[in-house]
Write a protein that binds this ligand. Structure first.
Ligand code: UD1
Ligand code: UDP
Length: 357
């Protein structure tokens, strides 16, 4: 059996790793990188650190408007699909590379598997929400990471088959946290003391493209007592300059700015931060896995399970709400909502037809 996996953005490289290990035990995998992310710190570093197999194809699409980026990806993927003739296509998450992979596979009449199916914010202004809905609608195999995702899919009465398999990001976390703690030197290199700093990431379109939102987040983090480590996503770096916010940020004494870090450093930062402040879906979960409280710089929840017991607090972009959330106490026990760390194994069993479905 031949399975073609499509990746393109930072979180997809991380999700691909546990899947590719399992896939390659049972069948041939063709790996396609769309080129959506291309900077060394946004792409290469993940392949090197995680020893992800070299992509068989890099489509080199790069940055563009969403419509043109998706259209160019679909055209290029169509060519690869015609040449490789895989039995199934796998796509991950909710980026433009996900939608392009999904539409290219469905146009070619190839079975499509969506990993992280059923996630919903119920906000169709988010580009990711549109990507999720489109992809789930054309998938035959819907691999849901949580019970909430299953419920979302059932409500929509989609034609694909739903499987509750757990979260491949939990697989990746379990497989890499020990390695990260041994290998990463990020705390020493950045002079960060364990449990004496906050870890901040921001990249959502609504937080970068709207100046008021970005300014609200920065107003809050510069007012926090304590060091804030902030690896800046390239989209955010551009927005900070365009909105004229970069110079002020550079002058803030408690903010440590950095290029985006690798996954191993990110895990160590997450584990050792007082709190994680983020609009990232992946980081909200990793904070939960690591037992570090999180403040979500978002207006809506997708990973609703992480909000139990105040482990994650929805704070949006208002300075007052963020500062209050940073001070809030976390209570209660964390449940096990994301599977047993073997989601990839289960997914591969199903794709290769070894599991009954
Ligand atoms: C994309 C996904 C988002 C995901 C995120 C992970 C979509 C619509 N969005 O957002 O869901 O959470 O990836 O990080 O697919 N850029 C660079 N170098 C790079 C990549 C991007 O400079 O290697 C800059 C470009 O100016 C580009 C901008 O960042 O226009 C945005 O990149 P893009 O891939 O369109 O979206 P992300 O914000 O990264
Ligand atoms: N991450 C990273 N370096 C960083 C910031 C994040 O390796 O500088 C990792 C993080 O640990 C998580 C993933 O990137 O595993 C999340 O990706 P991102 O926030 O870009 O996208 P999202 O999950 O929101 O789609």
């Amino acid at each position: 059996m031949k399975v073609l996996s499509v990746v393109g953005a930072r979180p997809q490289f991380i999700k691909e790793k546990p899947l590719s290990v399992e896939l390659r035990k049972k069948c041939d995998e063709v790996l396609v990188h769309t080129g959506q992310h291309y900077d060394m710190e946004m792409s290469r570093i993940f392949f090197d650190e995680l020893k992800i197999p070299e992509p068989d194809y890099n489509l080199g699409i790069g940055s563009d408007t969403s419509a043109r980026q998706i259209a160019r990806m679909i055209a290029a993927l169509g060519k690869v699909l015609r040449k490789e003739k895989p039995d199934a296509v796998v796509v991950f998450g909710d980026t433009n590379s996900t939608t392009a992979g999904a539409l290219a596979a469905s146009a070619a009449g190839i079975q499509l598997a969506h990993i992280e199916a059923g996630m919903r914010s119920f906000n169709l202004e988010m580009p990711e929400e549109i990507n999720r809905v489109i992809t789930d609608n054309v998938s035959q195999l819907l691999f849901a990471p949580t019970k909430t995702a299953v419920k979302n899919l059932e409500r929509e009465k989609l034609s694909g088959k739903i499987f509750l398999v757990g979260d491949v990001m939990f697989d990746a976390f379990r497989q890499n946290i020990g390695i990260a703690e041994k290998k990463s030197k990020v705390l020493e290199d950045k002079c960060l003391e364990r449990k004496k700093f906050f870890y901040l990431t921001v990249h959502r379109a609504s937080n970068t493209d709207i100046k008021r939102n970005l300014a609200g987040i920065l107003g809050a983090v510069t007012a926090i007592e304590g060091t804030v480590f902030f690896p800046v996503h390239p989209r955010t770096g551009k927005a900070l300059k365009e909105h004229g916010l970069m110079e002020k940020l550079k002058k803030s004494e408690n903010i440590v700015l950095s290029k985006p870090v690798g996954y191993l450093d990110s895990l160590v930062l997450t584990k050792n931060a007082v709190k994680v402040l983020t609009d990232s879906g992946g980081l909200q979960k990793e904070a939960f896995f690591a037992g570090t409280p999180c403040v979500s710089l978002r207006e809506e929840k997708e990973w609703v399970e992480t909000f139990h017991g105040n482990w994650n607090i929805l704070a949006g972009t208002s300075k007052e709400k963020i500062v209050r959330a940073v001070r809030a106490r976390t209570s209660g026990k964390k449940g096990a909502f994301f599977g047993n760390g073997h989601a990839a194994k289960r997914i591969v069993k199903i794709i290769t037809g070894l599991d009954s479905y």
